[in-house]
Unconditional design. Structure first.
Length: 275
């Protein structure tokens, strides 16, 4: 009996239409993501009451260019700023402006850098000063949902497996998972296949993650319903019921032994302890 043939027959038939990376390419990915994580650690020192989101944007743009790299969001499909800043009921794609951060806010800062042609991408939700227990609990659950998805990611797992773990964690605690937006493949391009849904959908049961794939997991979790709408600016996405939303994102490389988190920071939250 050939056990390897039986194992292969039992695995979902891979449906792969994305690039795979190795060796020198992986080193370039690590270089891009290491800088992006460094940028996040720089910004975290400035996320506090009284700071405007424009100031955060300017800090990120200057720091990136001073290191010889490119802010990926600036001009991407017309986006006018270098980072995304999404406050309270803004789910994603918030545009930096003169809004002043206030005590009790939560803000997701989403940053992407281009380093020698390779992309690093991540986001983090920050607590601004002292926040409500409700806001803190949402942020912790969102962070833990990200890691539930990461730990469900194994060689030859399906995107369905990742999404199921995220949704199970969030919904068991009374929260909802946004369905309009997803994670994505990334490498030499900002957004590429595979699309990584954060809720289980039948279409993803055969979408297999094989070693060499690089992708993001970035669940957006709401206190209320999962429904969203987009502001007239064409970018800013809010919860339809105006309840709080939080998000965390890591960029992942799938090795033959399991997921490697490429965007770990030195000073940010770590698995098992966010706040």
């Amino acid at each position: 009996m050939n056990l390897s043939r039986i194992r292969d027959a039992l695995l979902p038939r891979p449906r792969r239409d994305y690039p795979l990376y190795e060796n020198e390419e992986l080193q370039m990915l690590r270089q891009a993501t290491a800088f992006n994580a460094q940028l996040m650690d720089m910004l975290r020192e400035h996320v506090r009451p009284g700071v405007t989101t424009n100031e955060l944007d300017e800090l990120a743009a200057t720091y990136t260019r001073d290191h010889g790299h490119i802010p990926a969001c600036l001009g991407y499909k017309g986006f006018p700023k270098s980072i995304c800043t999404s406050i309270n009921d803004v789910v994603c794609h918030g545009i930096p402006d003169d809004t002043v951060l206030r005590e009790g806010d939560i803000i997701n800062v989403d940053i992407t850098s281009i380093v020698e042609g390779w992309y690093g991408d991540q986001s983090e939700t920050f607590l601004v000063g002292e926040v409500s227990d409700e806001a803190k609990a949402l942020t912790q659950v969102t962070f833990d949902a990200l890691y539930a998805g990461i730990r469900a990611a194994r060689p030859y797992c399906t995107i369905y497996d990742i999404a199921k773990a995220i949704t199970r964690h969030a919904e068991a605690r009374g929260y909802s998972v946004v369905r309009n937006y997803q994670g994505h493949g990334i490498g030499r391009a900002f957004h590429q296949k595979p699309g990584v849904l954060h809720y289980p959908h039948e279409s993803t049961r055969r979408s297999v993650i094989v070693p060499g794939c690089c992708f993001t997991i970035e669940p957006m979790i709401n206190i209320g319903r999962p429904d969203t709408y987009t502001e007239p600016d064409g970018w800013t996405v809010r919860t339809k019921d105006h309840t709080l939303s939080a998000q965390f994102e890591h960029q992942i490389f799938m090795t033959s032994d399991g997921p490697e988190i490429l965007t770990l920071t030195q000073n940010g939250p770590q698995e098992g302890h966010c706040f």
